[in-house]
Each structure stands twice: as structure tokens, then as C-alpha cells.
Design a protein around this ligand. Structure first.
Ligand code: HEC
Length: 254
């Protein structure tokens, strides 16, 4: 029986590892480390601001409410109403207690972009932060695509490069080394039009948006990890107590 349980546990953990690796390695592209910190409130606030301004026109966050985000990011409801809410519900400005939806119809947007912009509530978990960060940096000019851009991380994505004014435009230049089967292709990104931000500034914006989307994917993580430290401390102390208790109980037996 023990053997059976052990082999089931092994099979389960192996399959989890394989599926994780398969997702992370999708398409075989190299992902840059996002290097985010969900406890960095300033970064989350900047990320939320950029998300509301540049992304929410197309993407909703159907599982988040504005006031929950406000509380977690250290913002007042007034700040949120003024700076993050641009939508209306039934003709009235959307209230802070409402879900972060937008008015885009999936059917129409599927016609415009070839695919409807998905809800991004859980993208931090489905794609992972490194993927989102790399994706936001990987748009390049490709005249054959309807939006004029393609993406090395998400090939043929229907999304336009909405942050192009900040990042500028880049082109993908590839050179082949070697012959026939053994040829290796090296590709590099070259800036063809500078943006309003320096590459370091743009990286920070991409990182802050990624941080925000990662937080949104699991808001409870903000508190869960703090509780975890206390739980471990308690278990450590309890182990010491249990050890002395055991010694006391068994002292006449041994
Ligand atoms: C003009 C509409 C539009 C805007 C604005 C926009 N997106 Fe998108 N986005 C799309 C569409 C359409 C897709 C689906 C692409 C596809 O499946 O081909 C998409 C896909 C994505 C995905 C991949 C989701 C997945 O798991 O497949 C991410 C992540 C994403 N967008 C992030 C952002 C962020 C961050 C911003 C703001 C900086 C943003 N988008 C702004 C239209 C938009």
C-alpha cells in the first residue's frame, strides 16, 4: 500500500512538473525574468495606472473590484474614482465597489483583432509574470500583420503594440549561421523609431504592469505569505514545546 501511494505521489508530481515546464517553454522562446515584487506598493500603483490608461479599453479584470484594489494598493476610493475609473455603468460613472469590467463586446472585438481581448484577471497565473513582462517588450514591426506588428513571445498575436509611443518601434533582424540542417538563426531587436522613454524607463513600466497583473491574479498572496511566516514560527516554537512534553511523559519509561 505504501509503495502504491508513493508511486501515485511520484506520478502526480512528475506530471505537474512536466506541464509546468511545457507551459513555461511554450514556443521555445527565451523569457526574461520579470523580477517583480508584489509587496512594492509604489510599483503596483504605477502598474494599475498604466493598466487603466492603456489596457482596460480592451481588457477587463472581471474578478477584481476597484475598492479591493484601492485597499490593497494603499489608495483612497477617491483616488481610484478619479484616476482609475474611465467607464460608465448604465450611463453613470462606474462606482468604486463595482467589478473592473469594460464595455467592449467580445463579438465586435473578435472581428477587429481576429481574437477577442481576453479577461486578464488570471493571466498572471496562466502565463506567469516572466511571460507577460517579455511579451510587453517583444513587439516588432511586421507589415504582413493586420496591426503592423508581431510579437516574438506570442507569435501572430491580434493585439496592437499599445505602448509603442513609450517604447518606440523595434525591428527583428535575423542572421543565419551555418548551412542546411545545422543552420542556426540568431535574431536581434533593433530600435527603428525611438520612443518617449529610455529602454530602462520602459522596462520599469513593463515590470510595474506585470507586477499589477500578478497581484490581480492572486490578491490573497499579499497576506498569505505574511501569515505563512507566522505559521512557520508557531510550528517551530510548538515543536520545541512538544519535544519537552514528550521528554516529560516518557521520562519514567526509559
Ligand atoms: C486595442 C485592444 C487592446 C489593448 C488596448 C490591449 N490589448 Fe492585450 N490583447 C488584445 C487582444 C485582441 C489580445 C488577444 C490576442 C490573440 O489571442 O491573438 C490580447 C492579448 C493580451 C495578452 C495575452 C493573453 C493570453 O493569455 O493569451 C496579454 C497578457 C495582454 N493582451 C496584455 C495587455 C496589456 C498589459 C495591455 C496594456 C498595456 C493590453 N494588453 C492592451 C487587445 C488589446
Amino acid at each position: 500500500m505504501k509503495k502504491f501511494i508513493a508511486s501515485v505521489m511520484f506520478a502526480l508530481s512528475a506530471s505537474v512538473m512536466v506541464s509546468g515546464a511545457a507551459l513555461a517553454n511554450e514556443g521555445g522562446v527565451h523569457l526574461e525574468s520579470a523580477n517583480i515584487n508584489i509587496h512594492d506598493q509604489a510599483s503596483l500603483q504605477v502598474g494599475a495606472k498604466y493598466f487603466a490608461n492603456y489596457c482596460m479599453g480592451c481588457h477587463s479584470l472581471n474578478f477584481s473590484r476597484y475598492n479591493r484594489v484601492a485597499a490593497d494598493l494603499g489608495l483612497t476610493e477617491e483616488q481610484v474614482t478619479k484616476n482609475l475609473i474611465f467607464t460608465r455603468t448604465d450611463g453613470e460613472p462606474t462606482k468604486a465597489g463595482e467589478l473592473m469590467k469594460n464595455g467592449m463586446s467580445p463579438k465586435q472585438s473578435a472581428e477587429w483583432f481576429g481574437a477577442p481581448p481576453p479577461d486578464l484577471s488570471l493571466v498572471g497565473r496562466s502565463r506567469g509574470s516572466d511571460w507577460i513582462y517579455s511579451y510587453l517588450k517583444a513587439f516588432y514591426v511586421d507589415k504582413s500583420r493586420p496591426m503592423g506588428v508581431n510579437n516574438t513571445v506570442f507569435e501572430n498575436a491580434g493585439m496592437p503594440h499599445v505602448l509603442w509611443e513609450l517604447q518606440g518601434l523595434q525591428a527583428k533582424e535575423c542572421t543565419k549561421e551555418g548551412e542546411g540542417e545545422h543552420a542556426v538563426e540568431h535574431c536581434e531587436m533593433k530600435t527603428v523609431k525611438a520612443g518617449t522613454m529610455s529602454p530602462a524607463e520602459y522596462d520599469k513600466v513593463a515590470r510595474d504592469i506585470t507586477n499589477f497583473l500578478t497581484y490581480v491574479g492572486e490578491p490573497a498572496a499579499l497576506h498569505r505569505k505574511t501569515y505563512g511566516v507566522f505559521v512557520l514560527l508557531f510550528l517551530g516554537l510548538f515543536a520545541v514545546l512538544a519535544y519537552f512534553l514528550k521528554k516529560e511523559y516518557w521520562k519514567d519509561v526509559h
